[in-house]
Every structure is written in C-alpha cells, then in structure tokens.
Design a binder for this molecule. Structure first.
Ligand code: UDP
Length: 492
C-alpha cells in the first residue's frame, strides 16, 4: 500500500470517529435531559456508556454502509444522500428502543430536534473534512493506461472527483507490458482505461502484487455482468478495483466448477464406487470445499484436475453446500471426506479389496495400519507410507505395482490431488481419493469436532478454534467465495 493510500485510510478512520462522536454526544445529552426518566428503569453511569456505545456503533455502521464516510466525493450531493438516511435510520431505531424501554409512545419532538441538529452538524463537518482533506492529503497523482485511443472524458471525470485525483502520466498499452510495469512501479495509483478484459486483468494483477491502488473505467462486460446497479455508468464513473475480486473469466470458471459438483449422497457415491471397482473401472474423487475451488482459480494444475473428465468433485464442507444453494443450484448433501474414507475401508473389508494408504505422519500411518488390521481384517493393505519421509514418485511407482482397488492420499490440498492426477493414467482400475487430514482423525491422533458441532454444521468453526492458524486461509477463501456468489448467480 502506498503512503498516500495509508494516509487516506487513516484519514477516513479519523473522519468516521469525528462524525460519530459529536452525534453520539448530542444523543446522550438529549436522552439524559428528556427521555431517561420516562423509561421504566432510568440509567446512571454504566447505562449511559452502553447506550452511547450502541448509538456510535450503529451510526458508524449506517454511515459506512451508505458510503457516507468516503474521503472523496464525485458530487457534492453524495455525502448528503448517504448521511440523511443514516441519521434518520439510527434515530428512528433509538426512538423505537426508547418507546420499548418506557412501555408507551414517548413524545417524538426530542428525536426530531436531534435528527435536525445531527444533519446540520454532520453537513458542516463533512464540508470541513472535505476542505481539510485537500490540505492534508493533497491530490493523488495517477498513471493512466489506455488502449489505442485516449478518451479525453476520463481526465474530466478524474478532475470531477473533488479535484482529488490528477492524471500525471498517460501511457498506451501498445507500448508493451514491460513498459507499463515500469511506469506502474513509480505510482501509488493507476487508472486502467478501456483495456481489453484479459489485458486489464493482467495489469490489475500486477498492480495488486505491487499494492498499487487500481481504478478502471467499466467496460461493456462489467455493465452486462455486474448490472447497471452501482456502476452509475451514465456518469462513466471510475471504479476502484477491489483487491482479490475475481476476474470475469474466473467467475465463469467458478461457475463451471459448481456445475460439476456431485449431487448424490454418501450412499449413492458408495454404490457408484462399488460398481466401478466391480467392473474394473477407475474413479478419481476430489473432496472439495470453498478453499479447494478458490485455490484452483489460481493454480493451473489444480484447475485441470477439477475440470478433468475423470474427476468427480464431491462437496466436503458446509460452506460449499451453502454456496451452491445461494448460487441457485438447489440442495446438495455434504459428503465428508473422513466419513467416506471410513465407508471405503468398510467396503474393502466386506469385499476383501486391496488398499493403499499414503500420507500423514509416521505415527499416524502406523496407527492406520493397526486400525485396518483390527477393524477391517479382510481388507488387504498393499501399501502404507507416511507423507513426510518418502519420495512421492517412488511411492507412486510402488502404488502402480501394488494395483490397489482403493488408493487414499492424505497429503493436503492440492498436493494429494495433483499427485493422483499425474499418475492416474498409469493405473488400470480402482478408486483414487484425496482425504486431507482424515488419517489423523480416523487413527484417533486428532479429534473430530464433537457431535453438536457436526449436527449444527459448525465443524469449520471447531477446526478454526482448535487450529487458529487456519483462520487466515479460511477467511480468505470462504469470504471471497461467498461474496462472488451473487455475481455468479447473475451470469447463469
Ligand atoms: N501431510 C503430509 N505431508 C506433507 C504435508 C502434510 O503427509 O508434506 C499430511 C498432514 O500430516 C495431514 C494431511 O497431510 O495429515 C493434511 O491435512 P490438512 O488437514 O492440513 O489438509 P486439508 O484437509 O486441510 O487439505
């Protein structure tokens, strides 16, 4: 993030506090003077603190949601449009809360005066912050990259943003990607003007990597896919490219992944696998969660696996089930990798199948050997190797010679899927499955989430609580995944 962007964020945070605090002070003053003794249980010190906190929080939330706390406005009327509904909404909510606490309809006059005072005060403050902003932050110098011809319009629009942006240098994309990269390195912010989508995504990706703020003029495809809402394209408004937002091509890819997800239950999958094994056919099962699919968008090899004709993508993770529902695909059933691995071992026991296990620590794989011997005595264990001290290729050669009916790799996503994919053609038959941390759980080395978490579909919560290192990855993939679903729905 450039110094300018950092200053902008700090300034924005400061202006939220400076708008919310005086509004809260006015509210508490009014409450103390007028409404406190109308309520059934009047407040003293702690009650006021709690009330102020709630008011401030709600006001900050509404202002933020309504874009009332931006540092730059395109038009003077924008802050008024966002501030007025926020103030009205918060004061209406607190009027209703006051009525509830008083158990009758309290006079509304006080709240009307408060709302009016808030609006006048906030308008003055917003103007003042606009003035201070120019003094403190100054104008942001932009690099503009265009394709073939430069629309003069863009300069006018940039100047329209309260004079906060200035196009400092203009460069044509025809001059080559390397030249663009060199220019980008010297700027804190870049405008991408009417670039073809592919090139735009490439440049935007580089900007993200360099933490350079990226703005782009919406193209026809944005209007079609994002719909006109939010684009205000009659104003040709320049949009800020959100970091991590998926490109249009990635959205289509994700849609393709979702369409591939297996719609059956554990039982139907079990039957399918049994049949295939009996017929001497092959199956490659990927137990996927949102994290798997999001990773595939950035990983060519994993992408190939997910799209592969031989691959069956099964939903392992409640996040994916919710996602499919939200995206309008209907109801799916979760097929937990660990449960399915157990079913496969049972099948191996019933039908005396050949089982090959690869992955997890040495201790865990020994425990797995013991487990198979004790609980699945008719299963033929034709290989069991830990996932740390062995060479992948050596083990896979051993697996090819062992001709397993069931091959399970517990090496984590995407290593296990990639490994299976690269050797899949060498096997004539059998079911191949990446099982992540399932050996750890099946062997009793790690505990699975307690029943109540499973019943409430909160296994993910248990896992991030017990392994906090997962939080970042979980948030990144799941939140972006969910935020993309609305758009995915609109392009179906
Ligand atoms: N693992 C392994 N070799 C490695 C890295 C990981 O065998 O080089 C094992 C690890 O011990 C664990 C499994 O792979 O048993 C991955 O589990 P995790 O829960 O991280 O995978 P996920 O289900 O999240 O893909």
């Amino acid at each position: 993030m450039s110094d300018y962007e950092l200053k902008k964020r700090i300034y924005s945070l400061f202006s939220v506090a400076a708008l919310v605090l005086p509004a809260t002070a006015l509210f508490v003053l009014l409450w103390r003077q007028v409404y406190n003794y109308m309520t059934t249980f009047p407040y003293y010190f702690k009650g006021f603190v709690m009330l102020s906190f709630m008011y401030a929080l709600l006001m900050a939330f509404f202002l933020k949601v309504a874009d009332g706390v931006q540092t730059v406005y395109f038009h003077r009327v924008e802050p008024v449009l966002s501030m007025v509904p926020s103030v009205l909404a918060v004061n209406l909510i607190f009027y209703m809360v006051t009525c509830l606490l008083s158990t009758y309809l309290v006079p509304v006059k006080g709240f009307l005066v408060l709302t009016l005072a808030d609006m006048v005060m906030l308008l003055i403050l917003i103007r003042l912050f606009g003035f201070l902003r120019d003094k403190i932050l100054g104008e942001q110098k932009l690099l503009l990259i265009y394709d073939h011809h430069l629309p003069r319009e863009v300069e006018r629009i940039c100047a329209g943003w309260d004079g906060a942006y200035k196009i400092d240098r203009v460069i044509c994309a025809d001059e080559g990607f390397d030249k663009c990269k060199k220019a980008i390195n010297k700027y804190g912010a870049v405008v991408l003007c009417d670039l073809p989508v592919e090139l735009r995504d490439r440049v935007a990706e580089y900007c993200q990597e360099k933490k350079v703020a990226t703005y782009y003029t919406p193209g026809l495809s944005d209007m079609v896919f994002q719909s006109g809402h939010g684009l205000h394209y009659f104003e040709s408004r320049i949009l800020k490219q959100k970091t991590k937002e998926l490109t249009m091509a990635q959205r289509f890819t994700l849609l393709g992944y979702l369409k591939k997800v297996y719609r059956g239950s554990s039982q139907t999958l079990y039957e399918r696998v049994r049949e295939r094994i009996e017929k001497g056919e092959k199956d490659f099962i990927v137990t996927a969660n949102p994290q798997t699919l999001m990773s595939a968008l950035y990983d060519e090899e994993l992408d190939k696996v997910i799209r592969g004709e031989d691959t069956l993508v099964v939903p392992d993770g409640y996040g994916l089930i919710v996602a499919l529902k939200l995206a309008g695909f209907g109801d799916y059933q979760k097929i937990a990798g660990v449960e399915f691995a157990k079913l496969l071992l049972k099948m191996a026991d019933i039908k005396s199948l050949r089982v090959f296990l690869y992955g997890a620590s040495d201790e865990v794989i020994h425990r797995m050997q013991e487990l198979v011997k004790k609980e699945y005595p008719h299963a033929m264990l034709v290989g069991a190797y830990n996932g740390y001290d062995n060479d992948h290729d050596e083990i896979m050669e051993k697996a090819v010679s062992a001709k397993p009916d069931i091959f399970m790799a517990a090496l984590g996503v995407p290593a296990q899927e990639k490994l299976i994919a690269s050797y899949f053609d060498r096997f004539d038959r059998g079911v191949f499955l990446g099982v992540g941390g399932s050996f750890d759980v099946l062997s009793g080395y790690k505990k699975r989430a307690p029943g109540i978490f499973l019943d409430l579909n909160l296994e993910w919560l248990y896992r991030i609580c017990t392994e906090p290192s997962r939080i970042r990855k979980f948030m990144q993939s799941n939140l972006y995944f969910m935020s993309e679903l609305k758009r995915i729905k609109s392009i179906q």
